[in-house]
Design a protein around this ligand. Sequence first.
Ligand code: SF4
Ligand code: SF4
Length: 632
Amino acid sequence: MIAAQAIALALVLVVSVALFSRRARFLYRLVRIGKPAARFDDVPARARAEATVVIGQSKLLQRLVPGLMHAAIFWGFLVLFPTIVIAMIGAVDRRSTLPWLGAQGWYAMLVDVFALLVLAGVITAFAIRKVQRPARFKGSHLGEADLILGLIAGIVITLYLWHASQIALRVNDYPASWAPISATISGAIAGLLPRPALPYLERAAVWGHVLIILSFLVYLPYSKHLHIFVAAINVYFGRTRARGRIEPIDFEQPEADVRFGSARVSDMTWKQMLDTMSCTECGRCQEVCPAYNTGKPLSPKLLIMAMRDQLMAEGPKVLAGDYTPPPIVPNAVIDDVVWDCVTCGACVRECPVGIEHIDHVIDLRRNLVMVESRFPEEAGTMLRDVDRSSNPWGKPQADRTQWAEGLGVRVLQAGEPAPDVLFWVGCAPAFDERARKSAVSTAKLLQAAGVDFAILGPREACTGDPARRMGDEYTFQRLADSDFGGAYEVVHHTEFLAGLVREGKLSPAASDRTITYHDSCYLARHNDVRSQPREIVDAVGVAVEMPRNRERTFCCGAGGARMWMEEKRGRPINQERVREAVATGAETLAVACPFCTVMLDDGVREMGAKLQVFDLATLLHEAVERGKSTSG
Ligand code: SF4
Ligand code: SF4
């Protein structure tokens, strides 16, 4: 009997491991043909991400109920892992177990408790899916998830039944008193079944358990639950610093090696391929996406799923060699999806498995722009203006200092001694009437605080950022190279001004004006500047927070070069944000980015809202003036 069971186990193991390995080998070979990505540095930060995001489930636990549900299943499986080996030994011989661990009371207790947690997690997951039905699951493969949850429930139920029948037959190696749940079930079984049936139940339970586990193993790499194997690896290789960073293209290398983004799935980097394989279809990214939330075709979840589906469909042919897969756009993803993204990073921040959606979007754009010259017409005007006039407004460079006329601001000339602080004004404050106020206020505040500063004036050119976010890396690098030649500490004006207030160099007098502060995505989410702008708000008025604040802010609609494209699809993103600001009842909407100023001011006007939009520098300048008159 033991020999027959050993042979049966060996057979099912060989078949399932062979099927699993076949798929795993295919996925491994696919990732190996991915283009290079530099993700092997910063091991301590990667290990930290692994500990917090994977083991600690930190991103999932941001939402209590679904987070606890997932954590219960995940942690439960970590604890239950050795029971797979224990069950396989038991399937061959009911009187054998794993040496030492299989006989430990404390481990039996852990298994008993964590199996219950897994079961509770599965029931909660079913309740969320079937009763609550959150919108974030729209477009996900729900049937597949149900099957997986069913298999997990099957694993836990058969484990309990096996342990209970072991206890009833007194073949358990661990003390039954340490497994109270299994012991209770055992009592119920003994009452319900005739004793001769118990050995059969014990065999059926342990074999059922082993077979479900092996089916699970085989099915996983063919399903979206592939993330169980891949997500931890993907998190490890995630970006560790400056999360909004876009990888530069090395134009210096031989032309054949330059990667102009992704035209086809075979152009993706290995990290991007891992991204697509990691998606759990949870929809957390979709739920926070400003484009999706305003009725546009883009859903970051569906984007990643579409790229995964194309990668899986074309992968075997690519691996077979001498095959060019069809372009991703428009076959897997339509053009509108690529252009709807504001690169706000909300999706990246929420994603529990470290998927970097922005990199995918930028790579698709890079290919469309630099290889195919295919982009929205209005964006072409911006690119042309940046190229010809060094600013997206297409204004003459000589006009750059108009805003500073009469202010006594030093314009740094070539060869002059460097000031302590170089005030990088940017194109919007230089050329847009509404954004201009913030430059004027900042200059006046720096003067009031006695800061030695200067501007570059006509020698300042566009940073090229809008071109870069649009996918025109070539123009970006050309402009950036002409602008920056050295190593500088870059400080945002709100950080600098908050420091001056802290040091007592500026003495604002707060008013009772209610202010709601709009965190810019690039500042708050990509660059982690969240507290200093709030220090200024507290110093000048009464703060009221919008529901979506700090790193969970909602875009103004200008990011990703959308400032320069018409919003033809869905509802305007800026109005969505203004609506949220109006609902706070605040009198003033404070901003810290010139693009946000323009977008939100437009939104206020379009909606006829009773809100004033001001940059924090302007509010601080007012408060400093107020302070002077009060103390005077
Ligand atoms: S970056 Fe923002 S707009 Fe783009 S897909 Fe992500 S959430 Fe949506
Ligand atoms: S990309 Fe991330 S957040 Fe979005 S559905 Fe996939 S796993 Fe969830």
